[in-house]
Design a binder for this molecule. Structure first.
Ligand SMILES: [Fe+2]
Ligand SMILES: [Fe+2]
Length: 279
């Protein structure tokens, strides 16, 4: 199978990059399944039902969230009727929505997607490792699903890498989100799991992790109340990780995707024509 995971989509600029690039990526890379992290899609904070629907319309199959899951209060309600939207599975029992779901592709393959949040330098949620272990026991790769994708929403690279190795050989892809900068460590782990510490954001990189620069700089230099953060609205770079799996559901090939905006461009081998068309 051919899978694409897209990192945190930030505000209007990020949404425009989804609209512009996902339909073509889907076609050019013959993608079977696309996941995008949408926790910053609505003005940088949370997601609305309309935006989640917009993503589906552009060819995203599943939207994962993170610490900003419920910044838009309507998410507390619509997430219950939106199985294509996942919040981290280690929120306390009783939190609306779900953290993992089994999807079926157009070709009839079953894809398990899981969202989990780290605890280092973040809110103290339930144990993410125990949560993932329980889900993998319930839906083992190769038996109950044909591919498994884990979004590790965490601040610390150490926690992301520990989680990825914890799942190595048991998921097709374990990819970090939340830090909004793509890391150069994409690879296949020893037991066959595709990995990248952070997929990077889909947003305007002429910013401070997606936000207009002025207010973050002000907050670092002055300790007085200022204005609210606003997403930067210049051209966005779509950042993500492409993974091709074999018959066993494990990764055969991983390649970064960076399209548009200010970052150096990257597309998987075989899609160079597409890249030159974008440039
Ligand atoms: Fe984020
Ligand atoms: Fe986050």
């Amino acid at each position: 199978m051919r899978l694409l995971f897209i990192g945190d989509v930030i505000g209007r600029a990020g949404r425009a990059a989804i609209a512009e690039h996902v339909p073509a990526l889907r076609r050019e890379l013959a993608l079977d399944f696309v996941v995008a992290n949408g926790e910053n899609a609505a003005g940088g904070f949370g997601i609305t039902e309309a935006i989640a629907q917009e993503f589906l319309g552009h060819g995203v199959d599943c939207v994962t969230l993170g610490n900003h899951s419920f910044d838009q209060r309507e998410a507390l309600v619509f997430i219950e009727r939106a199985p294509h939207v996942l919040r981290p599975m280690n929120y306390p029992a009783g939190t609306p929505g779900r953290g993992a779901w089994l999807y079926e592709t157009a070709r009839g393959d079953r894809v398990l997607v899981m969202s989990v949040m780290g605890r280092v330098f973040m809110d103290a949620l339930d144990d993410p490792f125990a949560a993932v272990e329980k889900e993998l026991a319930a839906c083992p790769l190769g038996l109950a699903c044909d591919a498994a994708i884990l979004d590790i929403h965490a601040e610390a690279s150490s926690e992301k890498q520990a989680m990825a190795h914890f799942c190595d050989g048991r998921v097709s892809l374990a990819v970090g989100t939340h830090t909004h900068v793509p890391t150069a460590d994409w690879r296949i782990l020893p037991h066959g799991t595709g990995f990248q510490s952070d997929a990077g954001m889909t947003g305007d990189y002429d910013s401070v992790i997606g936000m207009d620069k002025e207010e973050p700089i002000r907050r670092f230099t002055r300790k007085t109340p200022g204005s609210r953060f606003e997403p930067a609205d210049g051209p966005a770079t779509l950042c993500g990780l492409f993974v091709e799996t074999g018959g066993d559901g494990l990764a055969k090939r991983v390649a970064p995707v960076r399209l548009g905006g200010g970052l150096s461009q990257a597309v998987p081998e075989g899609a160079e024509l597409f890249k030159s068309a974008v440039r």
